[in-house]
Design a protein around this ligand. Sequence first.
Ligand code: ATR
Length: 298
Amino acid sequence: MNVSGKTRVCALIGDPVEHSLSPAIQNAAFQHLNLDYIYVAFNVRANQLENAILGVRGLGIHGLNVTMPHKISIINYLDELDETAKRIGSVNTILNKNGRLIGYTTDGIGALNSLKHAESNPSDKKVVVLGAGGASRSICFTLAEYVGELIILNRTLEKAVNLANNIREVLGKKVNVRASSLIDENLKKELKDADILINATSVGMKPNDAFTPVKRDFLHQNLTVFDIVYNPLETRLLREARLVGAKTVDGLSMLIHQGAASFEIWTGVKAPIEVMREAALREIERVRENNDKKFREV
Ligand code: ATR
């Protein structure tokens, strides 16, 4: 990597950012395409967000990724929002365009492109989404415009109902969206004739990787099962989906496609998806080996 006085800087801001795969993913893409860009991560506490954005302006940082806990509060400090970010009320990507900071969200498009890449285009399909938090919101808003039927199941019913109502208000009556509680009876009924299941809850994430949000009996081979959890890479849900013959899409795919969309906003160049995925897998392996070494040394 040749860093010079002309190198453009992109950065992740969040808290925590220490374990982020984004630096490995984005730098691999810049290097592969010989682009004079570098990507770093800054741990920014919530009470330092305003200062951090002043710094971005002052230093002329070219692009940002924004992660927890700043995805909503960052909006207060931007000059402009693109249509989707405005609708969803969340920003994960910023472009510094001649001093104007423009906010985008690529979470939803990351999910949509993950499905398309796996040849499971959700157009006109019945899609069941589990969860009604921030991640689900971005995914549901984006998919609602494409799918035939969208069912949101959440442990707290009220949040699913609010999200479905909000989608209808913003996108209009043409979208077919319903909400229910995340209970076995509903899962069984809705998954029977569903085409795509997306887990947008944190169930199954390490250290709780023995759990799954859906009983294996409710899965079937005509289903594409997409889990946005990427630690572990193959969650219990994905393992059981694979065992019943369903197509599976992992959370790393979501991370890569969402990062690819950010990359394209900053550079205007098509992102090298496979290079990015390989870099992420190498980074996961490197961290695992370092941890093993640490344990051996203790
Ligand atoms: P994110 O930004 O990752 O979506 P979030 O906004 O905290 O995080 O949302 C987490 C989602 O996972 C919510 O839908 C949450 O359900 P509730 O709205 O009922 O809290 C869901 N979730 C977390 N733990 C869960 C569990 N053990 N069982 C079922 N759903 C769970």
